[in-house]
Design a protein around this ligand. Structure first.
Ligand SMILES: NC(=O)c1ccc[n+]([C@@H]2O[C@H](COP(=O)([O-])OP(=O)(O)OC[C@H]3O[C@@H](n4cnc5c(N)ncnc54)[C@H](O)[C@@H]3O)[C@@H](O)[C@H]2O)c1
Length: 442
């Protein structure tokens, strides 16, 4: 098939590359010439394990191309995937300007039947807006060309995006007509050879499914974070509680890890957008309001622990920070808890030296010219002159640190751990104080 992917970010680039991998001809469009330049020169603009090799392989095979030329991109694909960003608007609702702009471009340049696929996470009713934008452009050109709009939300996880796309748990397709359903079935056949993974439904239900999934996962996290905070007060250990409830098949183990708050490009904005959708329809989503509120509080939990130890004035204190990305295996720092913590520490007068295996360039861009924040080349160099070590991302390389070096370098011999990486006994036996989230440390 000939496929155009509009928007070459995390979702667009992974989707386009995986669709090329199974033999399709894919053209990826982006309005950001810097991104396309990197891709045309054989690099990739993001960190995603395995992606660079897959992009190279498919470029060399001639199946994957990149462009900034909108007309060429629209003319190319019989299927047009819209994978542009849907950031939160000022009021928290999803900003659809990029989706609508992409739709308008399709209407402006299409010359034959197109299946237009909304892959971006978009509120219920967006497919109608996409249809209307395309129809308006066609009308102003005074042409009548058929098209279908499909909802196909993406469930990939950054850091495991290729595996998720190549071997999905499910492929949700919201369709309004047989022709586009057939196209989507053919398109996704190579990704479900083992068993049927397609869940076909109406367009509105598909749009809502994506928000429901992210809202449910965010709810589990906020629930566990609150219980972890309570466990601390009660003298219980959340790790035992997690195992105790996770073993119940109705609950399961996934997404029950307490920590210093969820971040990333999806959960925060999708929870906000769903709350907003509720409000716009005069329905108050009480659970999700609480999920969001609990998460906002949780992002300051480590700051509070640090202040409980050092006092609220942190002038003259220096912190080593391990982990900047919102989760491991990505350089994405959108809504990362580390951003809140860094700002809290700097506001209280402290200085910070941070280390992250891949997100330091992104952090330098975000915190450009910020006084008091520096970066170290290795995790152990970050410890130099630190009063305490703070952990914000559970990177594998932090799992088994050299505790004797931490003890020797960190003046107060204390670790504040926002990801519960260590066995409290091991840290204690190393002669280091340990402040995780919701765990017994005595
Ligand atoms: N990142 C994830 O893990 C993830 C997972 C599932 C779903 N999603 C959803 O997928 C969508 C895209 O997310 P992302 O993380 O890939 O975003 P991103 O910001 O990484 O990429 C979006 C890209 O679209 C480009 N763009 C914007 N307007 C354009 C236009 N009119 N024409 C062509 N290109 C345009 C931007 O330049 C950018 O490169 C969002 O709705 C997001 O919620 C993201």
């Amino acid at each position: 098939m000939k496929i155009t992917v509009i928007g070459t970010g995390y979702v667009g680039l992974v989707s386009g590359t995986c669709l090329a991998e199974v033999g399709n001809d894919v053209l990826c469009l982006d309005v950001d010439p810097a991104k396309i330049k990197i891709l045309e020169e054989g690099g990739i603009p993001i960190h995603e394990p395995g992606l660079l090799e897959m992009v190279r392989r498919n470029r060399e095979a001639g199946r994957l191309k990149f462009t900034t030329d909108i007309q060429q991109a629209v003319e190319f694909g019989d299927v047009q995937f819209i994978a542009v960003g849907t950031p939160p608007d000022e009021d928290g609702s999803a900003d659809l300007q990029y989706v609508v702009a992409a739709a308008r471009n399709i209407g402006k340049y299409m010359t034959n039947y197109k299946v237009v696929v909304d892959k971006s996470t978009v509120p219920v009713g967006t497919a109608d807006k996409v249809s209307a934008a395309i129809a308006e452009e066609l009308a102003s050109r005074k042409v009548d060309i058929a098209f279908s709009v499909v909802s196909n939300p993406e469930f990939l996880k950054e850091g495991a995006a290729i595996e998720d796309f190549m071997r999905p748990d499910r492929i949700v397709i919201g369709v309004a007509d047989e022709a586009s359903q057939e196209v989507m079935r053919t398109l996704y056949a190579p990704f479900q050879r083992n068993h049927e993974r397609l869940v076909v439904m109406d367009v509105r239900s598909a749009e809502l499914t994506k928000y429901a999934a992210n809202a449910m996962l965010a709810t589990r996290i906020s629930f566990m974070n609150e219980l972890a905070n309570l466990a601390e007060i009660l003298g219980a250990d959340i790790e035992h509680v997690r195992k105790g409830i996770g073993s119940d098949p109705r609950i399961g183990y996934d997404f029950l890890y307490p920590g210093c708050g969820y971040g990333g490009s999806c959960f925060p904005k999708d929870v906000k957008a769903l709350i907003k959708t509720g409000k716009a329809n005069h329905y108050d989503l009480k659970v999700l309001n609480a999920v969001e509120e609990a998460n906002d509080v949780q992002k300051h939990v480590l700051t509070q622990k640090i202040k409980n130890h050092f006092g609220s004035n942190l002038v003259g204190k220096h912190f080593a920070l391990w982990g900047l990305a919102f989760k491991p295996n990505t350089d994405d720092m959108r809504e990362a808890a580390s951003r809140v913590l860094i700002q809290d520490l700097l506001d209280a007068g402290a200085t910070v030296t941070a280390y992250d295996p891949v997100a330091m360039d992104e952090a330098s861009r975000i915190f450009k010219n910020t006084q008091g924040l520096s970066f170290a080349k290795t995790q152990n160099l970050a410890l130099d002159d630190a009063d305490a070590l703070v952990i914000m991302t559970e990177w594998k390389e932090f799992r088994s640190p050299d505790f004797s070096e931490i003890k020797q370098k960190v003046k107060e011999k204390i670790i504040f751990d926002g990801r519960n990486m260590y066995d409290p006994k091991v840290v204690k036996n190393a002669g280091i104080e340990y402040r995780p989230i919701g765990r017994l440390t005595k």
